[in-house]
Design a protein around this ligand. Structure first.
Ligand SMILES: Nc1ncnc2c1ncn2[C@@H]1O[C@H](COP(=O)(O)OP(=O)(O)OP(=O)(O)O)[C@@H](O)[C@H]1O
Length: 495
């Protein structure tokens, strides 16, 4: 059996030899070329498992080779070697379709990691001789939807899965960004390694560094043993930075460094450890605007946003609504008890704008199941936004709806009936003065603030009949932030 062959393109004899030796030690065959033109000739004559090219060559730039191969029917992965500190080149190469990049001086460990990934990509099928279209046919594993917009997303995912380039996933809350990230990971050569999703908005700032990079025993009070962070947990795999716009500026600096160096330092450690992590970020915010407002560092934005994947809102792909709804109902239904939508309910869903996207659809259907008779969901069971919310406390209501009343570990002292958010005062501060110290100050500010927060969240949940997507929207926070706050404040939906 012949070994896979790597083409090394570099005009510096020393570096070429170093690379050749390292690759031969890995059991690979190596050809080399000193210029772009020589590389082109060799690529025409032979199939390579990987091309490793320097950026600066006597007759042009390595990135030209990247573009040529990306635009050809060949699917040979190309990695570029960039000069020390030239982050711009690395980003440009990834954008042009490079599989990955290495910075000078080339670390042999990094070289080995990168080459192994590229060769696994070949083994997974498609490096040599398989056409682009054949690879694109590979279905997405989780994202349902047959609309042309979703088909386009799936095509992009399949392409993105074949590179190490950082991907920034944009789209409204609940549109499937995390699912898309999981699909990129599952279709990549990293599929058998961990996928770690981090909600950047849910980690207290003081713990962030330790959570991301881990810590050494004794680094701070309570650090009783060494612990890995998200980067180490995702080593070899993919790290999803969800709600990335919520990262505080101080953490953004540390993250940028980790991405550039591909190394992390545990809190309390003196040395850095290499990590091999593919980064995907997601946000429902406009990150470019956050950069303009000074809330997000431009350099980090630039590093994370190498390739953008946009998830269309559900209302922009109405064709998918019924298919998604049926998929969700199949998931929710008890075995042997199928649940279907009445034709009117189907129509109502198709004309609903879904501000909370697929998550809201899930929410609506989950709730509708409680009201459905004989396995059929009718329009009124959907309780779509235009329908008037039913008052929850203080007014008589049918028994089935009483089940929707809130259950909170420590119920608010006053009935939390909200006639209308616009009319009601934000929070009745008077309530809290009963628990206040003689100086008219709360006995504990954190407890006081928690109670205020609990009251507001409960009010939003009541108004939306416990639809967390809509409640989050009303409160101007993301679904995940609401979920996190509900967990923290022990607010539960009734059984
Ligand atoms: N195309 C789809 N097919 C099937 N399920 C989907 C699809 N898109 C989203 N979902 C489901 O909708 C819910 C929300 O999806 P996901 O968490 O991926 O959204 P998100 O865009 O990351 O949300 P957020 O911005 O709030 O983090 C999940 O339960 C997911 O399974």
């Amino acid at each position: 059996m012949t070994s896979p062959c790597v083409l090394v393109v570099d005009d510096e004899a020393d570096l070429r030899e170093l690379l050749e030796m390292a690759l031969i030690k890995m059991g690979l065959d190596v050809d080399s070329a000193e210029s772009l033109n020589a590389a082109r000739r060799q690529l025409t004559a032979k199939e390579y498992a990987l091309v490793l090219t320097d950026m600066r060559l006597p007759d042009g730039l390595g990135i030209d080779l990247v573009r040529e191969l990306a635009g050809s029917s060949k699917s040979t992965p190309v990695a570029v070697i960039t000069a020390f500190g030239s982050a711009d080149n690395a980003v440009a190469a990834l954008k042009a379709g490079a599989f990955d990049y290495l910075s000078k001086p080339v670390g042999l460990d990094q070289l080995r990691t990168m080459v192994s990934s590229a060769l696994r990509l070949g083994a997974a099928g498609g490096i040599a001789g398989v056409s682009e279209s054949a690879r694109i046919e590979q279905p997405s594993l989780r994202l349902l939807g047959q609309s042309s917009a979703m088909q386009h997303v799936r095509t992009q995912i399949t392409r993105l899965a074949r590179s190490m380039a950082p991907v920034a996933i944009t789209g409204e809350s609940g549109s499937g960004k995390e699912l898309a990230a999981r699909d990129i990971h599952s279709q990549s050569v990293r599929a058998d390694k961990p996928f770690v999703a981090v909600n950047c908005g849910a980690i207290p700032e003081a713990l962030m560094e330790a959570e991301f990079f881990g810590y050494r025993k004794g680094a701070f009070t309570g650090a009783n043993e060494d612990r890995d962070g998200f980067f180490q947990a995702a080593n070899g795999g993919t790290l999803l930075l969800d709600e990335v716009a919520d990262l505080p500026l101080a953490m953004q600096v540390k993250l940028l460094r980790a991405i550039q160096e591909r190394k992390v330092r545990k809190v309390g450690a003196t040395s850095e450890d290499p990590v091999d992590v593919r980064l995907i970020s997601a946000t429902h915010q406009n990150l470019a605007e956050c950069v303009e407002k000074g809330k997000f560092r431009q350099d980090l934005y630039y590093r994370l946003n190498v390739i953008e994947l946009h998830l269309p809102a559900l209302r922009e792909r109405k064709d998918d609504i019924t298919l998604l709804a049926n998929g969700i109902l199949r998931r929710f239904a008890a075995p042997g008890q199928p649940i279907v939508l009445s034709p009117q309910a189907q129509l109502a869903l198709e004309s609903y704008p879904f501000p909370g996207n697929v998550r809201e659809l899930e929410n609506i259907l989950e709730r509708a199941l409680a009201f459905a008779n004989d396995g059929v969901i009718e329009v009124e069971d959907l309780v779509l936004k235009s329908a008037k919310p039913v008052p929850i406390q203080g007014n008589p209501m049918p028994n089935s709806e009483q089940a929707l009343a809130l259950q909170v570990n420590e119920p608010p002292k006053t009935p939390a009936v909200a006639p209308d958010a616009k009319e009601s005062p934000p929070v009745d501060i008077q309530d809290w003065q009963t628990a206040a110290s003689p100086e008219d100050l709360p006995a504990s500010l954190p407890d006081y603030l928690d109670e205020v927060e609990r009251k507001i969240i409960c009010r939003a949940l009541e108004k939306t009949r416990f639809n967390r997507t809509r409640a989050a929207e009303m409160l101007g926070i993301s679904f995940r932030q609401l979920r996190y706050r509900m967990q923290r404040l022990a607010i539960h939906e009734p059984e």
